[in-house]
Design a protein. Sequence first.
Length: 229
Amino acid sequence: MKPLIRLFGGALLAWTTLCAAQQQGTQESPAPESLKGVQLKGKAPVNPQTLRVVLPRAQEATLSNGLRVALLEDHKLPTFSLQLLLTGGGLDDPANQHGLAMVTASLLREGTTQRTSRQIAEQLATLGGGFSAGASPSSGETSIGISGLSDNADKILAIAADVVRNPAFQAKLLLIAAALVNIVIAHAGPWRHIERWRGEAPGAAKATALTSLVLWLGAICAGRLIAYF
């Protein structure tokens, strides 16, 4: 009988302690703030001027050399951005020289008759300018991008004009053209009947493969060495 009374007394004591703790926690927790009168719209505050887009009116003109110019002025920042579009892109590549326009555009910064590739990069960086060029295989144009600080616009444009008008990558282009011609010869000659080789490539196939390796390595070296001459 005594063990039963002790068990009942312990359970009663535990229950009393638990109820007291819950009551104390309820009294200490702050009451939730009332949202009465608050209008929730679910939107962040936005300045109306931010949503107002005003585009400048373009000014168009044609220069004496036939170059068409479109100018959009915005003086909020002391920078300028220029895009030059040249007729001739990947769609104009010769049938046996796919990628010629893309390769030509990528080589423009390799050096000019007056500046090396390193000099072009250092001078543009000093002036806060940028130069990029590209031609897509599916486009009929070559795009050239020029940007920089407005105070240095004349100097940056002078460098860009030198890069566009006086490129000095003739040696690299000559090697690339020779490599492309070698590919055509290889596929039209010994590589055309590869199923007849019987385990070993003929001498003509080995010669075209070696020639291709030498020409492409030469093209890479020619492009890298421009910066040092």
